[in-house]
Design a protein around this ligand. Structure first.
Ligand code: HEC
Length: 162
């Protein structure tokens, strides 16, 4: 009996890859969850990653390591203020802009008339690129994304996310 209890205690003490990935994903400092939603958790500033979970580990890793941005733009306001932004909800009265120069990104609501221009992003880089995320960490995170999106507990080899 004693040995069974010891064995169970040890087995639960070592976090699985998906558990490590979840902790990294929601880490307050450089976590993905401060900008991405995944299965209803996290903050939807950047793209929701749930749909990406169906892709292979290499494709997810490549998207996370991409140095090219598709959605981020540089917002210039008539007040003179300028910042890299993800556009959120908008209607005639207000546009939600997430200021990516802040960590976590700051939500701003501006009147469409106060925006001078929205231009190509040449200032903001994706945090996993800036932080040069390691293959080991990214493999854990990719395993968690796949698990959260599809329920798959298949291990992700750091070699596969290079
Ligand atoms: C400061 C906010 C922020 C953080 C932190 C962040 N991301 Fe992102 N991420 C973005 C934004 C914004 C985009 C969209 C960039 C673009 O294409 O314009 C993006 C894009 C992506 C994409 C591509 C999605 C697609 O549909 O094309 C993936 C995958 C991704 N991030 C994964 C991650 C992972 C994994 C982490 C944590 C290691 C992370 N991100 C941390 C903001 C962030």
């Amino acid at each position: 009996m004693f040995w069974i209890v010891m064995f169970l205690a040890q087995a639960t003490a070592v976090p699985s890859q998906t558990e490590r990935g979840e902790a990294l994903f929601f880490d307050a400092q450089q976590g993905c969850g401060s900008c991405h939603a995944l299965k209803g958790k996290g903050t939807a500033v950047g793209p929701d990653l749930t749909g990406l979970g169906r892709l292979g580990p290499q494709a997810i890793a490549m998207a996370a390591r991409s140095t090219v941005t598709q959605y981020v733009q540089v917002a210039k306001l008539k007040s003179g203020e300028s910042f890299p932004a993800m556009t959120g909800k908008k209607d005639e009265k207000a546009v939600v802009l997430f200021d990516l120069s802040k960590n976590p990104p700051e939500k701003k609501e501006v009147a469409p008339a106060d925006i001078a221009s929205m231009g190509n992003n040449d200032v903001w880089k994706h945090p996993p690129v800036v932080n040069k995320i390691s293959n080991e960490k990214l493999a854990d995170i990719v395993a968690y994304i796949k698990y959260a999106a599809t329920g798959s507990k298949k291990a992700v080899d750091p070699e596969d996310v290079k």
